[in-house]
Ligand binder design. Sequence first.
Ligand SMILES: Nc1ncnc2c1ncn2[C@@H]1O[C@H](COP(=O)(O)OP(=O)(O)OP(=O)(O)O)[C@@H](O)[C@H]1O
Length: 509
Amino acid sequence: MTDSSTRILIIDDERDVCTFFSRLLSRKGYQVVTAASEPEALSALEAAQFSVALVDLKLPDTDGITLLEIIKSRQPACEVIIMTGYSTVKTAVAAMQLGAYEYLEKPFDDIDQIEQLVGRAAGSGASLLRGDNSHDEWAEVAQGVGFRVGSSPSMKRMVSLAYKVAGKDISVLIQGKTGTGKEVLARFIHAASCRAGQPFIPVNCGALPENLLEGELFGHEKGAFTGANQTRRGIFELANNGTLLLDEIGDATPQIQVKLLRVLETGEFMRVGGERPIRTDVRVIAATNVDLEQAIAEKSFREDLFYRLNVVRLEIPSLSARSEDIPLLAEHFVHQINRELKLAAGTLRMLQGYAWPGNIRELANVMRRAVVICNGDTILPEHLGGTFLAGPTAPERGSAAKTIQQPDRSRLQATLLEHCDSAEELERLDAEELNRLLDSLRQAQSNLLGVMRKKKIVPALHALKDSEAETIKEALAQYDGNITEAARALGIARNTLYRKIKELGLPGR
Ligand SMILES: Nc1ncnc2c1ncn2[C@@H]1O[C@H](COP(=O)(O)OP(=O)(O)OP(=O)(O)O)[C@@H](O)[C@H]1O
């Protein structure tokens, strides 16, 4: 039985809702107080301390967000659960961003779920009252997928929200600069959801030409086009009951956008060349490093698709905006290879003073290389490498960088072709600089294709084909010919990669 001193406040103008919760929660041993309006809620808050408040989003004299603010200002330890209908889920999620514990969707048909939710909220409220907020309920799941969260408040708030919405079947849009960990966050959401035992499939919407991506997503029927010798299932079928990550969604072409919208609206799609709709139950997470609102204004992204994808928006801060997390992350990447190695204080200072244009991916690369270079038991600043030492510093330190690593993309792209034109110049760059250059070239290609799409210019096929072959060759070289790893990096299925290697006549293993 629950501690009878645990008080719950129900605020709803519908008498039936108040009666329902009073009965349900009193039976569980809670003390329940009900209020049908703002004045009644205020006097209840004057009279007693509550552990949990269940608040309707729409009331005749006020709204749930206003009540949330009132409750949190008067009783910060009281956890607020917002009650909402399907059409107002977005507002309920916004309430969670403002400090609500969770939301509960009407109609209330899962009694167990309600009891568990109130129980968890009451436990959390009691910890807050004791001043103990050291327990992060998401910590175990994060550890399970190798997701290091750190201690910066912005990141912790975001992950806490991600954990709570993971359990709801709503679309999530992840926004963040390159290498900030969008895919890791998506894996975390999948692992925290009830789909955890089912497939998680990432697909990069910018990596493949439109017709290949369409086949990849929706599959094709036998005979749909020359060479389609057998029916093939697409990712929407393979990910059934699981989660699909649409990475770089901003690069999806208008035709792909229309098809994605249709699946999200109806839960149905057709294979290429197919005549029969196929049902799928897939939770979609989309990720982007471009500003989709701007893309909508420029008419390169559909507003209706954005609306569907953006039920919850999670923004991952850039690494330089959470420099307090750099030591933990740096140690994480070092310990993945060698648990004995320590990091000198000077090294940590250097790492925290750098601007990290490539974010966590770049940090991981720098630390992995440092482990290889270091031959003692401590990683010293010199192990971070010459390029790093001359690299862009965080804004407060100023920069004297002369190598090609400013985060300023436009300047970088202006000098890009100049650098690539001279083999001599390229020879002088080290692996990290070359990788950055390659990154910028890809970005330039993506921008270029975007503009061509907008202008309805069809790129010469041989150009795409070459770049596709090059991309695949690079991925294979990067992962020593390991098909599974290379396919993962490209965001395509292993079988597709095998097929492409064959089609493009590339040397495979
Ligand atoms: N919080 C984190 N904890 C541990 N590893 C992380 C974290 N964030 C990112 N990484 C690592 O950094 C690398 C890049 O992460 P990820 O691919 O998720 O970034 P991304 O934002 O999806 O990149 P892109 O924009 O290029 O698609 C991966 O190796 C990933 O494992």
